[in-house]
Write a protein that binds this ligand. Structure first.
Ligand SMILES: Nc1ncnc2c1ncn2[C@@H]1O[C@H](COP(=O)(O)OP(=O)(O)O)[C@@H](O)[C@H]1O
Ligand SMILES: [Mg+2]
Length: 295
């Protein structure tokens, strides 16, 4: 049997206080958390060796920033997001997370199409995190009323997820994530399974919510257009192993809408730039028979 490559012990992940970075926009930035990842790696043990899902990832997200990760399938986007959420730990590197007041930030995560509990009503889904935290009934109700209004589901509080369309379910998931008032909102292809028109509506809605709340957002998508519409910064990841290939600022002013972004000639230039970086990566990822296993 081949010798196993050494693996560094998993580093525990207390959110260490970090020096405050320059905020992206003044009043909004007060609500957002900060992320500084340096040399982040995650190595998984598999049957015949090890897989580096991500390696040497450097990522800095300022308070209030909307950061979008794009990259081919299997390049470690979900792995990275799970680490940022505290659901997994890196096997190398350091991760510094800070809330607006300097302490550990509050995170919430939205997954693709599976972020709501089917056995709970829409309202109970939105209030779930608050209930876990022991927030009283009246306060929970006030929060869920406000957020259901925000995401356009005020009339659906008593329905169950199966009675809603996919787009409406994702709006419940977003309301649920926002209910815990997170400093950092982590979204893993939240609109990936939706039809195009619904996606456009939700993108505009998410921008509106983000602009009014000042959350820091890390958002994964396969869609370069979606990245250009939403992001302050697009982080392009490459595969095998997953690492950051480029960080591209998106210059459009805020508040911004889909139509405005589409009609700006700078969109085409950014699209070319991102696609130029991704093309070979996507080709390589498709040609691969499986992950690179280190023995
Ligand atoms: N728990 C795990 N055990 C072994 N390998 C994993 C595990 N999770 C992810 N991987 C591998 O890590 C790589 C990155 O996966 P993932 O983060 O899901 O990529 P993405 O979200 O970009 O599609 C893939 O090669 C995947 O097979
Ligand atoms: Mg993924």
């Amino acid at each position: 049997m081949a010798a196993l490559a050494p693996v560094r012990p998993q580093t525990p992940l207390p959110a260490r206080p970090v020096a405050p970075a320059a905020p992206v926009a003044t009043p909004r930035a007060l609500a957002g958390g900060q992320i500084v990842a340096t040399g982040l790696g995650r190595r998984f043990e598999v049957a015949d060796g090890w897989v580096d899902a991500i390696r040497d990832v450097d990522l800095a997200v300022a308070p209030g920033e909307f950061c979008v990760l794009v990259g081919p399938s299997g390049c470690g986007k979900t792995t990275l997001l799970r680490i940022l959420a505290g659901l997994d730990r890196p096997t190398s590197g350091t991760l510094d997370l800070a809330g607006p007041a300097g302490g550990p930030p509050r995170n919430a995560m939205v997954f693709q199409g599976r972020s709501v509990f089917p056995w709970l009503t829409v309202r109970a889904n939105v209030e779930y995190g608050l209930k876990l935290r022991g927030v009283g009934r009246r306060e929970r109700r006030a929060v869920s009323d406000r957020l259901l209004e925000t995401v356009g589901l005020a009339g659906f509080a008593r329905t169950y997820p199966h009675q809603l369309s996919g787009g409406m379910r994702q709006r419940v998931a977003i309301a649920r994530a926002l209910a815990v008032d997170p400093d950092i909102l982590l979204m893993d292809e939240p609109f990936g399974a939706l039809d195009e028109q619904t996606r456009y509506l939700l993108q505009d809605e998410l921008l509106r919510i983000w602009e009014s709340t000042g959350k820091t957002v890390v958002f994964i998508t396969h869609s370069i257009d979606e990245a250009i519409t939403l992001a302050d910064t697009i982080v392009v990841m490459g595969a095998r192993p997953g690492t950051v290939k480029a960080t591209i600022p998106v210059p459009f002013s805020r508040p911004r809408g889909l139509a405005q972004v589409r009609s700006d000639p700078a969109s085409a230039r950014i699209f070319e730039q991102v696609w130029g970086l991704l093309r070979d990566e996507v080709r390589d990822a498709r040609a691969a028979r499986g992950p690179v296993v280190l023995r």
